[in-house]
Design a protein around this ligand. Structure first.
Ligand code: SF4
Length: 395
């Protein structure tokens, strides 16, 4: 059957951009592996190449080779109950390769537990395998409001991190350069936000599947000029679509919101399912989680550090259930959606915990589907299809 997906030119450009990013890693002098929610701006300011195991695992997932790497990790004693990003990554390390030939060897590791505590153990394991130091930015969980004591605690570690970086790289931390990186980070996030907000248009020129496919630059290249240029171009392409009345779904009847990490190996299948049913998945909680980063307006170094500490502490996966519900309801309102598809992700416990409670508190109807972001062994096509069909009927 001919695909009904209208591909964006931006997606091919993104692939080129990421290819270049991965090639750069092969020649980098100093490499740090880093978690997706960590303040990467410090690394870019010190000319340290950041490699993202999570992004690498998502790529393995989209490439449909996750079982190979997950099973290799499992044979080496890592339980199938562990996050499949961690299993893919550890499996790829054991295999010594991956669809992109593996990540460049790290000189050190930088983990921030604002997304989950799996990363603490995962990076400990990597530290032992590569025999390199691990810097853990320990971020307290924010159950309700963000307290001064939370920010103090994180801020003090940022100063320690600068000392750590200076020592390990033999380079001096240049505050002027750091501010420039922060400004680029802020600008990149603004341009990225512009792109996601195009989904507010009725009908929408893009789906959240387009957003998933094009999110790598804001994660991996945040703090450089590349996301600024890339998302500015992407916005122009979407504006052009609206001008020419080209929409992601020809007859947009339902507007939906996706919750959780995508099912990387089934993006096409899900995309086509929704198009077939005149449903446009106009937004999602995952890509929107990267819209809240950084303001570099603070005048003194102390304020900049404080602003970073605040931003990176109060992120979506580090807040209580009530706050999560508030965030989702805000997105429901912002994108004017009719229903929510909640992916109960076997891998990601912090993202999936409490979803049955969350569902009851949303302003629109929701359905829960069970799967895993990269491991297809947890995906049942027939079950998911019938659940989604029943959901669309009630809408
Ligand atoms: S458990 Fe969730 S947040 Fe943690 S690394 Fe896995 S996917 Fe990311």
């Amino acid at each position: 059957m001919k695909s009904t997906i209208k591909k964006l030119n931006a997606t091919s450009k993104m692939r080129e951009l990421m290819l270049y990013y991965y090639l750069e890693g092969k020649q980098a002098e100093i490499v740090s592996w880093v978690t997706s929610g960590a303040p990467v701006e410090f690394l870019y300011a010190m000319d340290i190449y950041p490699a993202y195991p999570e992004n690498h695992s998502a790529l393995i997932g989209a490439n449909k080779t996750a079982p190979e790497y997950c099973e290799l990790a499992e044979r080496n004693g890592y339980s199938q109950d562990l996050c499949s990003y961690a299993r893919c990554d550890i499996g790829a390390v054991f295999a010594g390769t991956s669809p992109i030939g593996g990540l460049p060897k790290p000189n050190f590791l930088f983990a921030c537990n604002n997304i989950c505590n799996t990363v603490v153990k995962w990076y400990e394991v990597l530290g032992r395998i590569f025999k390199v130091p691990v810097f853990l930015l320990d971020v307290p969980f924010v159950r309700k409001e963000l307290k001064e004591s939370h920010v103090d605690y994180v801020e003090s570690q940022l100063y320690d991190f600068v000392d750590f970086l200076e020592k390990i790289s033999g380079r001096e931390f240049d505050e002027k350069k750091f501010r420039k990186v922060l400004e680029l980070s802020r600008e990149g996030v603004e341009r990225y936000k512009d792109v996601l907000y195009m989904g507010r248009n009725k009908p929408s020129p893009l789906t959240c599947f387009d957003a998933f496919l094009n999110m790598a630059p804001i994660v991996c290249l945040r703090g450089t000029e590349k996301p600024v240029e890339f998302y500015s171009e992407m916005k122009k392409e979407l504006e052009e679509r609206i001008k020419n009345e080209v929409y992601a779904v020809d007859d947009e009847k339902y507007r939906l919101l996706w919750d959780n990490i995508p099912v990387w190996y089934r993006l096409k299948w899900l995309s086509e399912f929704f198009i077939r049913n005149n449903a446009c998945m106009v937004a999602d909680t995952y890509t929107n989680a990267w819209t809240g980063f950084l303001s570099a307006d603070s005048a003194s170094k102390k304020d900049v550090m404080r602003s970073i500490a605040e931003t990176y502490t109060k992120i979506y996966l580090n807040i209580g259930l009530d706050e999560m519900v508030e965030t989702i309801n805000r997105l429901i309102d912002l994108y004017d959606v009719d229903g929510v598809v909640i992916h109960s992700n076997r891998s990601c416990k912090p993202y999936s915990f409490g979803q049955y409670e969350i569902k009851k508190m949303l302003d629109v109807p929701a359905v829960i589907i069970e799967a895993d972001m990269t491991d297809p062994r947890a995906f049942s096509e027939a079950q998911i299809e019938s659940r989604l069909e029943a959901f669309l009927e009630i809408l």
